[in-house]
Write a protein that binds this ligand. Structure first.
Ligand code: HEM
Length: 413
């Protein structure tokens, strides 16, 4: 093929990711149910022909994510890439951020950032988050319906928050938002995606320099002050990791806010329960269930075996790639009763794999939870009659992105 085929066996395997069924925008691809039942380790290939084991059951995914014989190093031979950007990155020789590193190196880097994303930090942010949320809702109310929920609320909230944590000036927000769009698209060419990466890391490298000269009380200033002089990180490394935080920190939560609101609007009694909830526990449960049900990071966690490993009697050979379909795991009926129903009272929703599992489990999960726990009820209380302002068939879902959601969502109230 045009990318140089790396298929090593006879017939081509089914292409992964699969498509969702028409008319089922909240459900993962229909193939998963049969695979979980009959072929929990199946062969697939990704866009460039790299073959991989597709793992669809919950328990098998947990076992693999907890096993250090699987590597997250995307540059290792056999690793099944997400998008053409990776090949361009491989050639560029730049460091990958810690999401693509293995322990102990991964943990040495991740540790520099964990304090900024603790439960305690997330709680301390509540007043500031509420202030941002109220300001955005005031803006929507003043402008009147209809409004695009994405650009007026779902995108600016997490973007403002992660930018404030890192210390990225507001005047530069358009730069990271537009480049992030390129980075999460599966169809952007390798060159385009490398260019976006370079623009962001050049920009963030400049920001590191600025904050070394003129430190403020923000993550980049503090990490630079604590870990540049000791050699634990470098200007390039820090720029790269800051980029991961910036991109992961707003694209995901944005899509959860918009798609989650849409899912609630499709389930009016559950929307009413979130809107009228008396205590935080009910809201927290609803957020976990929406994370499970929507599993917006929907193109699989990816790893490559570094030695032969047996999982549930199935052997994965050294050098073989694995794709852990967490959207399939989150609909596994051995763990979740009636898994295809949205049920905000589900007792074990929190066991979902929407944030991954193991050493790479989402660093931003406490922050994301706090944002979502405030955003949904605030939005629904401000606009109790919130509804989509376009037909279901016209809603532009992000079928082509690594993070699922909606490009825009016109709403009225
Ligand atoms: C990792 C999902 C919000 C930062 C991950 C992973 C998932 C995920 C599935 C695992 C990657 C893997 O195993 O390969 C989500 C979802 C979010 C969200 C669904 C929103 C609802 C955030 C936020 C931040 C963030 C707000 C802000 C800092 C990260 C980072 C990693 C990560 C840095 C890499 C951790 C590591 O490799 O040690 N996220 N995320 N995420 N997430 Fe999130």
């Amino acid at each position: 093929g045009p990318h140089g085929s790396r298929v090593t066996e006879g017939a081509p395997h089914p292409s992964y990711p699969f498509s969702r069924a028409a008319g089922c925008p909240f459900d993962p691809p229909p193939e998963f149910a049969g695979l979980r039942e009959r072929e929990p380790f199946s062969r697939v290939q990704v866009f460039d022909g790299t073959p991989a084991w597709l793992v669809t059951r919950y328990q098998d995914q947990r076992a693999i994510l907890a096993d250090d014989r699987f590597s997250a190093d995307a540059l290792r031979p056999g690793f099944p890439p997400q998008s053409p950007g990776l090949e361009a990155r491989r050639k560029s020789g730049k460091p990958l951020s810690f999401i693509a590193m293995d322990d102990p190196d991964h943990n040495r880097v991740r540790r520099m950032f964990t304090a900024y994303f603790s439960v305690r930090r997330a709680r301390a942010l509540v007043p500031r988050l509420s202030e941002i949320i109220d300001g955005l809702l005031d803006g929507m109310e003043a402008a009147g319906p209809p409004a695009d929920l994405v650009s007026s609320f779902a995108l600016p909230l997490p973007s403002l928050v992660i930018a404030e944590i890192l210390g990225v000036p507001r005047s530069d927000h358009h730069l990271f938002q537009s480049r992030t769009k390129v980075l999460v698209s599966r169809s952007a060419s390798g060159e385009k995606s490398l260019a976006a990466t370079n623009e962001l890391t050049d920009y963030l490298g400049g920001l590191v320099d600025e904050k070394v000269k003129n430190p403020q009380d923000d993550l980049i200033s503090n990490v630079a002050a604590a870990h540049l002089p000791t050699g634990e990180t470098t200007r390039e490394r820090l720029a790269q990791d800051a980029m991961l935080l910036l991109v992961a920190g707003h694209e995901t939560t944005t899509n959860m806010i918009a798609l989650g609101t849409l899912a609630l609007m499709r389930n009016p009694d559950q929307l009413a329960a979130v809107r009228d909830a008396e205590g935080p526990a009910q809201i927290a449960g609803a957020v976990e269930e929406l994370l499970r049900y929507l599993t917006i990071v929907h193109t699989g966690r990816r790893r490559v075996a570094i030695e032969d490993v047996e999982i549930s009697g199935h052997t994965i050979r050294a050098g073989e790639g694995v794709i852990l379909a967490n959207d399939s795991a989150n609909r596994d009926a051995t763990l979740f009763d009636d898994p295809d129903d949205l049920d905000i009272t589900r007792p074990n929703a929190r066991r979902h794999l929407a944030f991954g599992q193991g050493t790479h489990q989402c660093l931003g999960q406490n922050l994301a939870r706090q944002e979502l726990q405030l955003a949904y009820p605030a939005l629904l209380r401000r606009f109790p009659a919130l509804r989509p302002a376009i037909e279901e068939r016209d809603i532009p879902y992000k079928h082509d992105a690594v993070v699922y959601g909606v490009h825009e969502l016109p709403v009225a109230w």
